[in-house]
Design a protein around this ligand. Structure first.
Ligand code: ZN
Length: 215
């Protein structure tokens, strides 16, 4: 049983890395962001709540995040373990989490703020189907057009330099106490997030002592 947390600023590729670990080691990937997006798409009551909060340019509150995680963890569908992404977000949640789940390791993807800016500000989104693009890594074939549906590519409303600065400082402020608590338990593995997706993945596997994936 492997119980991991993955942490990293937006643009650090933590979602991609978590999914690669999920595929290779049969882990359940619990992404708070994905759970919220699912609720928004399915038009659930929670989705409507989340949509309202985001439309106001605010972050989803800790209580709501905590409830979603608790409900998701309560399904107990992991046979080989899980990797959780987007939680815990503050000291109190970290303490609760460590007591409840006995985490094996925290993967901390490190990315300098300058690199975050470069990555995040090059993101685009299809206005019709919602597919994500990145003008550095996944350029569309036709400039400004979605490869899948031909829709117009737009910048996310919250991907302005000002909004990004505020999210960055918010991230650092909130992450510091979480990392400190995890470090006290000596479970944190710092991984350089500047390398390529494959290099980061193999660095993670190495530091966690994971065997080569099954055939
Ligand atoms: Zn599209």
């Amino acid at each position: 049983m492997r119980k991991y947390v993955i942490m990293g600023v937006q643009g650090s590729g933590k979602g991609t890395q978590a999914k690669m670990l999920r595929e290779a080691y049969d882990l359940v990937h619990i992404s708070v962001g994905d759970i919220f997006r699912w609720h928004v798409r399915q038009h659930t009551k929670l989705g409507a709540q989340v949509k309202r909060i985001m439309a106001a340019g605010e972050l989803v509150g800790d209580d709501l995040v905590e409830e979603v995680v608790r409900r998701r963890m309560g399904i107990h569908d992991w046979n080989y373990g899980f990797i959780i992404d987007g939680f815990p977000r503050n000291g109190r949640q970290t303490e609760f989490f460590m007591e409840s789940y006995d985490i094996d390791a925290v993967v901390h993807l490190e990315l300098p703020d300058d690199e975050v800016r470069r990555r995040v500000l090059s993101r685009r989104l299809c206005s019709s189907c919602g597919m994500d693009y990145n003008l550095i890594a996944d350029r569309p074939e036709v400039e400004g057009r979605c490869d899948i549906c031909g829709g117009e590519l737009i910048t996310r409303a919250d991907d302005t330099p000002e909004a990004l600065e505020s999210r960055l400082s918010d991230y650092h402020e909130k992450t510091r106490p979480v990392l400190e608590l995890f470090r006290r338990k000596e479970v944190v593995h710092d991984v350089d997030g500047r390398a390529s997706v494959e290099e980061v993945q193999s660095a993670i596997r190495k530091t966690l002592g994971l065997p080569s994936p099954r055939g």
